[in-house]
Design a protein around this ligand. Structure first.
Ligand code: DAH
Length: 358
């Protein structure tokens, strides 16, 4: 009987392979599993078998029954699926899934950071809620000085409590504020690390500006700085030029204009040749005014300079030992220049028609 069971199994699997309709499948099921079917017949033979063999053969039969049932069910399910499909119009458009992506500002930040990381810079971030000390004092901006004006910000209620860890050179009690520049990271980093330093630091900054096409009360900056013995102005120039070429394109030209920042000396503003004029193949001096550079042919991309010795003093670094350069750029500005975006509000309105373009 054992061989018989094995043969039946082989025959069943051969037969089911040939079946290609539900009706035939049902016939096959009855043939094997129905009352008076093949398996039923075998089960009834069991009683005539020697009792010592019965358990083994019984087990074999039950296993075969399970196998046959499973096989038939599987085939049935397969065809049932086809039956359902029969009622569906396959030419209808499919379901629309929205695939998310990174905001253009995030993309811009990541692109800038990647360029500086390749140049050996390390990413470090500072807090958005800052103290007057790091936002002003440590950057050589005396509180009552008119230079503070450019970095006006939002203040939080209440004073820094006396229990707060206060940097050694911050006299008196200060207030908390929302930082108005990412330059705040300079002394924060220098207090904790010794040169050589190459740091790049992205983040949000806040200024109480009325919102218009080029102002927002919140925007993003990326601060960078390098400190070591013997860092020179030419290092700043080379670094910024490599960055500008990688970000805006190899063709750009760059120029430095003298400027004033309290935390750098000398200080500069850096311009690149207008990429929009270049794209339109117009000479920079063309009479037809370009909307982006306003016909000037140059675009300001960032502020920079050699770190002021007072900043090193606030960091607690020894006198005259180190030099360094620093720079700060606006992320929205970089994206606006690169893609010819004319209104800063577009970044924050969450209009997908705008955001999907990037
Ligand atoms: N913090 C400046 C601002 O918000 C930008 C800046 C200028 C940063 C010159 C620097 C720098 O590190 O050297 O306008």
């Amino acid at each position: 009987m054992e061989t018989e069971i094995k043969e039946i199994e082989i025959i069943f699997f051969a037969e089911i392979k040939e079946i290609n309709s539900l009706q035939d499948l049902e016939k096959l099921r009855i043939k094997y599993l129905g009352r008076k079917g093949i398996l039923d017949g075998l089960f009834s033979q069991l009683s005539h078998i020697e009792s010592s063999q019965r358990p083994l053969l019984g087990k074999m039969l039950n296993e075969l029954k399970e196998k046959i049932l499973k096989e038939i069910k599987e085939k049935e399910n397969l065809w049932a699926g086809d039956k359902e499909l029969a009622g569906i119009d396959l030419s209808l458009p499919g379901l629309y899934f929205v695939i998310g992506k990174k905001h253009i500002l995030t993309q811009t930040i990541e692109e800038v950071l990647a360029i500086f990381e390749k140049l050996g810079f390390t990413i470090l971030e500072g807090p958005e809620i800052e103290t007057e000390y790091y936002n002003f004092t440590s950057l050589n901006i005396p509180q009552e000085h008119p230079a503070t004006e450019a970095f006006h910000t939002f203040y939080l209620e209440g004073e820094i409590s006396s229990g707060e860890r206060r940097p050694r050179s911050a006299p008196g009690k200060g207030r908390y504020l929302l930082r108005s520049q990412t330059s705040t990271v300079q002394v924060r980093v220098m207090e904790n690390y010794l040169p050589p330093l190459r740091i790049i630091s992205p983040g949000r900054v806040y200024r109480p500006d009325a919102v218009d096409a080029s102002h927002s009360f919140m925007f993003h900056q990326i601060e960078g700085f390098a400190v070591d013995e013997n860092i020179k102005f030419s290092d700043l120039k080379g670094t910024i030029f490599v960055f500008a070429q990688r970000f805006f394109g190899k063709e750009i030209k760059m120029r430095f204009r003298p400027h004033y920042f309290p935390f750098t000396e000398p200080s500069v503003e850096v311009d690149i040749s207008c990429i929009i004029c270049q794209r339109n193949q117009k000479p920079e001096t063309s009479n037809q005014k370009c909307g982006v550079c306003k016909g000037k042919g140059w675009l300001e991309i960032l502020g920079a300079g050699m770190i002021h010795p007072r900043v090193f003093h606030f960091a607690g670094y020894p006198k005259h030992k180190y030099t360094g350069f620093a720079f700060g750029m606006g992320v929205e500005r970089m994206a606006m220049l690169k893609y010819g975006i004319e209104d800063i509000r577009l970044f924050f309105e969450n209009d997908l028609r705008f955001l999907r373009q990037f």
